[in-house]
Design a protein around this ligand. Sequence first.
Ligand SMILES: *Cc1c(COP(=O)(O)O)cnc(C)c1O
Length: 392
Amino acid sequence: MIKVDENGFYGRFGGAFIPEMLYPNIEELRENYLQLIETDEFQQEFRYLLRDYVGRPTPLFLASRLSEKYRAKIYLKREDLCHTGAHKVNNTIGQIILARKLGKKRIIAETGAGQHGVATATVCALMGMECTVYMGSVDMERQKPNVERMRILGAKVVPATSGSKTLKDATNEAMRQWINNPVDTHYIIGSVVGPHPYPEMVARFQSVISEEIKAQMLEKEGRPNPDIVIACVGGGSNAAGAFYHYYNEPSVRLVAAEAAGLGVHTGKSAATTALGKIGILHGSQTLLMQTEDGQVVEPHSISAGLDYPGIGPVHAHLFDSGRGEFIAVEDEAAMVAGIELSRLEGIIPAIESAHAFAALHQLSYSKDDVIVINLSGRGDKDLETYIKWGQY
Ligand SMILES: *Cc1c(COP(=O)(O)O)cnc(C)c1O
């Protein structure tokens, strides 16, 4: 069974490894989140906003030309059609409703590539809540359009200038701010990472993806379960959402595509399960890329959203237990797959999502298999990377 225990562990992974100063904040969340989420009032508002604001349910699209080429029946779960262009908003909608119910007035978040920052700034504008997003100053330089998007939406973007001036430093800054403002502030984490209850909570909000796949599969194929579900994994939230209602359906193969960057053994990759060892990252025990003496290794991927040195604890457990199949996809293969999807189906995917498509090459399956690929986001944000790559 894949299920979180009361201390927030999936097998050996998870928990809440946090400084004592953060205990009251995490305790408040842990004690209240489930009860609040399960009320009719919460569910009504959540479902209403997912439908009328985000645009759910997103279609399950039979990709005929892709199916013909790869000799299987391939469906795309179209998270790229969500408002803001990716699945991340499913989670930020859920967390902002929760924050309001907890009586919070301010939202903080951290962001690396800026996509989670934009999804957070979006829901803060929607709810009229004050929003501060911490971002490494190097990342702010690299991701200027997203910085401006956040500012247009009314968020304050604060540069983190310590250390490598990237995501990990922004995370430290957000944690510090939360410790200093525990009563009025909620910290929105953007993936199935961080101390318990975040991984479980974020997975729950994203689980709408597999809830919809089940209903759509039943309608289109006469059965709720596909044979294979494929999703890319950065921290692992879109994958957790696409797998959630299939965790305990052993006939459904769960395939996670990780970013191998320039190659698993080049020192320039983000293939956590291939390279990682158990350790503590962002408040949970999980697999992460680290040196012999436990220093976190700087990850590399051509897609900013997969450029993370760890994975959420649920994925570490899927790997460890053998329930999930993990495939490492190199930058080059992802770019080729992104162009191929554009040409075959008229859909330019986010480069993160392109990793899930590239995984098809490394997968064994038969022509009767029904495969669902979670198309986590659209490629508009990646145009510059596609142009720089140039081979189309
Ligand atoms: C952020 C992002 C990802 C990676 O995050 P997960 O938490 O692993 O889902 C994947 N795809 C897109 C389009 C993203 O924006």
